[in-house]
Design a protein around this ligand. Structure first.
Ligand SMILES: CC(=O)N[C@H]1[C@@H](OP(=O)(O)OP(=O)(O)OC[C@H]2O[C@@H](n3ccc(=O)[nH]c3=O)[C@H](O)[C@@H]2O)O[C@H](CO)[C@@H](O)[C@@H]1O[C@H](C)C(=O)N[C@@H](C)C(=O)N[C@H](CCC(=O)O)C(=O)O
Ligand SMILES: Nc1ncnc2c1ncn2[C@@H]1O[C@H](COP(=O)(O)OP(=O)(O)OP(=O)(O)O)[C@@H](O)[C@H]1O
Ligand SMILES: N[C@H](CCC[C@H](N)C(=O)O)C(=O)O
Ligand SMILES: [Mg+2]
Length: 496
């Protein structure tokens, strides 16, 4: 595609006077000057540390056909006439990047039925459930989220929960080329705030819940909510909003939208459009009656915990809106056993005398949910191994400390991904929330903490290892080492 054609798709870009670059063939797009290849269009994005646009000289030196940058970055540095011919200023880089990416990949979002799921907790679980249900009719669903981007015949580990605009559009185009009909996406608040999904119109948008997280990035909870609420605004949502009515922010969102656009869901309130009754929670799942806009029906699911029932209601609503039969959905539910690293049992043999569960709870709300959901199924003590990630919301640390101290019989405070923070300092932040009457174990080394929990456990005890779930790494400083809670737990179980 010629640069001239590409720029024609971007209304906010000042068209430079006719010059040779406009006739150049654009072979690829990049926002990273360090990864720029000959023939790329470099798109300089404003970041938290730097305006990427300022790297245009190095992108051009690497062979970029041109650099699309903020007006400020374009002016910043004196440049030669030849360079000036390649630097294209834009007033709104976020819009410009999304528009260029969508145009370059020929608007793939318009060729898929998109489902976006947002909320603090439950996005990965709910999107997997939706993918599973939609694939019942015909395996033609693409999934984008924390774990991976995947569709039939393809799977790649994700760097971010929601890809940045260029990767996203490229992936959507590949999914279309592979014959996909649906695209199910976890849409993070970061993604909405940064315009990563601009150009995507969603047939269904789901809101799971909003509780504290990410206050390192968002000013406060209101700002965090405003970012999530964007998914339900015109331009993003064109079809049905499916919203958790049990959540206070969910109720606010419901009030903001036209009633006919919303299906509300609740695990307990019969006024919701989707709800459940006659529930029996067991260690191996939940059963009861599902009430939906398309009728009522008995169901069973191997998922554990009330929060997973909420995820299930959101997924059922989505599948119903997209035309699946209620009977087909309910017939499939027993086969969906969960998502890697979410309530995942670690069992090395039938004779194992303790239960061990690895879960991705890394916020106060999810930790509380996990501990409450597991409690009824643990005969003796509940031991919780957990920590908090570095370079992330510090204010959630004491809250998580208090929750673990209140709800577990033994809290073992350890490291999560310390990243560039001092691990001991993070532990202190967690301990600040633990009442002095409670005596947690504090073991900075996560492998040792897991080993201690499993070796100290008595028959009938349950060990919950929270925070890292599916992650197969630990980030120490800027280094990423191999580390998997499930492997560590298995090794410790072998030692028992
Ligand atoms: C807060 C955030 O979203 N940060 C992302 C952002 O980093 P940044 O804003 O600090 O970037 P920057 O360093 O200021 O650079 C700005 C621009 O200059 C460019 N640059 C920079 C240096 C250079 O030499 N040349 C160059 O071109 C960069 O490529 C970038 O485009 O742009 C980077 C490059 O694309 C991302 O890797 C980085 O994600 C970081 C690693 C991250 O941890 N993001 C997390 C918080 C995140 O996005 N999480 C959400 C939510 C998950 C959840 O729901 O729990 C997600 O969707 O994954
Ligand atoms: N609907 C829910 N409400 C509250 N907590 C939940 C819910 N669903 C899952 N959880 C808890 O939150 C953890 C993370 O769940 P999941 O990975 O589905 O959420 P997510 O929104 O994708 O998280 P992330 O933003 O980190 O990707 C689970 O391990 C579980 O402990
Ligand atoms: N998407 C979340 C994941 C947190 C997982 C936890 N293990 C941590 O590292 O804090 C984040 O980037 O904040
Ligand atoms: Mg996720």
């Amino acid at each position: 595609m010629k640069l001239r054609e590409l720029l024609a798709a971007v209304p906010g870009v000042m068209q430079p006077p006719s010059h040779a670059a406009l006739e150049s063939e654009v072979k690829g797009l990049t926002t990273n000057s360090l990864a720029c290849q000959p023939g790329d269009l470099f798109i300089g994005m404003p970041g938290t540390r730097v305006d990427g646009g300022e790297f245009w000289p190095s992108a051009i030196a690497s062979g970029a056909v041109a650099a699309l940058v903020s007006s400020t970055a374009a002016q910043k540095r004196p440049h030669t006439e030849a360079e000036a011919a390649c630097v294209i200023p834009a007033s709104d880089m976020v819009q410009a990047c999304a528009q260029v990416a969508a145009a370059f990949y020929d608007y793939p979002a318009q060729k898929l039925q998109l489902v976006g799921v947002t909320g603090t907790n439950g996005k990965t679980t709910t999107t997997h459930l939706i993918e599973f249900l939609l694939n019942q009719a015909d395996p033609s669903t693409a999934l984008f989220g924390t774990l991976y981007a995947r569709w039939p015949g393809y799977q790649k580990t994700a760097a971010h929960t929601t890809p940045f605009a260029i990767d996203l559009q490229q992936n959507l185009a590949a999914a279309v080329a592979a014959g996909c009909e649906y695209g199910v996406m976890e849409v993070s608040s970061h993604a909405l705030a940064q315009g990563r999904v601009l150009g995507c119109e969603f047939e269904v948008a789901v809101f799971t819940n909003l509780t504290q997280d990410h206050l390192d990035f968002h000013r406060d909870l209101e700002d965090y909510f405003a970012a999530k609420a964007l998914l339900f605004s015109p331009g993003y949502l064109k079809g049905r909003a499916i919203i958790n009515q049990d959540d206070a922010y969910g109720r606010r969102l419901i009030d903001q939208l036209p009633a006919e656009q919303v299906w509300s869901y609740s695990t307990q309130d019969s006024n919701a459009d989707l709800w459940t009754s006659d529930l029996i929670y067991e260690a191996n799942g939940v059963s009861g009656t599902l009430h939906t806009p398309k009728g009522d029906i008995s169901f069973r699911s191997p998922l554990v915990g009330q929060f997973n029932l909420a995820n299930l209601l959101a997924a059922v609503g989505t599948a119903l809106h997209l035309g699946l039969e209620l009977e087909t959905i309910v017939a499939a539910l027993p086969q969906f056993v969960g998502v890697p690293g979410r309530m995942e049992r670690v069992q090395i043999n039938d004779g194992q005398d303790i239960s061990v569960i690895v879960d991705y709870a890394h916020t106060p709300d999810s930790l509380e949910n996990l501990l409450k959901a597991a409690r009824p199924f643990i005969k003796e003590r509940m031991i919780c191994v957990f920590g908090c990630g570095g370079d992330r919301d510090r204010t959630k640390r004491p809250q998580m400390g208090k929750i673990a101290a209140d709800l577990a019989d033994l809290a073992i405070v350890t490291s999560d991904n310390p990243r560039t923070e001092d691990p001991e300092r993070i532990l202190q932040d967690v301990l600040a929330g633990i009442p002095t009457t409670v005596k947690p174990l504090v073991i900075c080394d996560r492998a040792e903490a897991i080993r201690t929990a499993i070796l100290e456990a008595k028959p009938g005890d349950g060990v919950l290892i929270a925070g890292k779930g599916h992650e197969d790494y630990q980030i120490l400083g800027t280094e990423k080492i191999h580390f998997d809670d499930r492997e560590q737990a298995r090794a410790a179980l072998e030692l028992r």
